[in-house]
Design a binder for this molecule. Structure first.
Ligand SMILES: NC(=O)c1ccc[n+]([C@@H]2O[C@H](COP(=O)([O-])OP(=O)(O)OC[C@H]3O[C@@H](n4cnc5c(N)ncnc54)[C@H](OP(=O)(O)O)[C@@H]3O)[C@@H](O)[C@H]2O)c1
Length: 287
């Protein structure tokens, strides 16, 4: 039986990976403080202890705006941390599956991005994640990088939970309409990663829910679905606004939809539309 080590057990993805662990695998999970991926001794200690065949890296510095003023730490985790894991994987013959982001793309073109399209990140987060991807692919020859977008889960902090809170507190909200992507349930990403563990795929693959949305579309859908199942009591006014009306430290891509067709083909399944997964997550929150 293959032993799989999940690194970053306490994040959104780490949580979802543990929820849908395939029964035929021996899965071990570690998170901080047991492991610090910026410290190669800490990784080595865990690798020696568990001796995995596969490592899934769900750990990252994900505070996109904070990264702009906390650049060294974002690079340390997203670049050096990924490089440390790859070096350890390469020296112990472990297959590394590493997760990355749609924010590696500049977002100028309105065509879904293919895995091999040129990356041109605009933020510290995107640049540090791209450097991490490259370090992983360079160091660990059979590594797999899986990019995803706009992740949410019932566990942890994310846009869906922020919207539910604000919609319960306010009478109106203005949400950005000129950034388009694909909201992705971390549960879909987790199932996909488990599917990919069973293949010998290497290189870069994409995983997101199907369909596209602006943050405004996503917020409108969150409200409609949440009201329909009684998670929110009343509708409030949700208004589309431009990015410049809601300035944030990190620049986001205007369009960062990922082309997931190669992953769907490899796994022989079509990913659900984002709205179907959103409904499932909200029903779970209601329970
Ligand atoms: N969230 C999104 O919208 C999004 C979008 C696209 C791609 N992604 C990518 O998807 C992956 C999973 O994201 P997520 O949303 O699940 O992230 P998350 O919820 O923020 O979880 C990240 C985890 O990484 C851990 N971590 C941070 N620094 C670490 C270190 N030095 N050593 C060990 N663990 C460390 C954190 O530990 P603590 O719990 O101790 O803080 C946290 O549990 C990441 O690669 C992310 O870049 C995310």
């Amino acid at each position: 039986m293959n032993r799989v080590l999940i690194v970053g057990a306490h994040g959104q993805l780490g949580f979802e990976l543990q929820r849908c662990t395939p029964p035929n695998l021996d899965v071990v999970t570690v998170g901080r403080p047991e492991i610090d991926i910026t410290d190669s001794n800490s990784i080595e200690h865990i690798v020696q202890q568990y001796q995995p065949d596969v490592m899934i890296n769900a750990a990252a510095y994900t505070a996109v705006d904070k990264a702009e003023s906390d650049e060294p730490q974002a690079w340390l985790v997203n670049h050096k941390g990924a490089e440390n894991l790859a070096a350890s994987a390469a020296s112990s013959d472990i297959r590394l599956i590493h997760v990355s982001t749609d924010f590696v793309f500049a977002g100028q073109s309105c065509r879904p991005r293919q895995p091999n399209d040129a990356a041109a990140p605009r933020s510290v987060y995107g640049k540090s994640k791209l450097a991490g991807e490259r370090a992983v692919l360079q160091q660990a020859k059979n590594a797999l990088v899986v990019r995803t977008s706009w992740l949410y889960s019932s566990h942890g902090q994310n846009f869906v939970k922020t919207m539910l809170r604000l919609m319960g507190e306010r009478d109106s909200l203005g949400i950005v309409v000129d950034q388009v992507g694909a909201p992705t349930w971390a549960n879909l990403l987790a199932e996909t990663l488990w599917g990919l563990v069973a293949t010998d795929a290497t290189g870069i693959y994409h995983c997101s829910n199907n369909g596209v949305a602006s943050w405004y579309d996503f917020a409108v859908a969150i409200q409609e679905e949440a009201v329909s199942i009684g998670l929110l009591r009343k509708m409030i006014a949700v208004t589309p606004i431009k990015t410049e009306a809601y300035p944030l430290p990190a620049e986001r891509p205007a369009y960062s939809v990922l082309d997931v067709s190669a992953t769907e083909q490899l796994l022989g399944r079509q990913f659900p539309h984002w709205r179907e997964s959103l409904r499932a997550m909200l029903l779970e929150l209601k329970k």
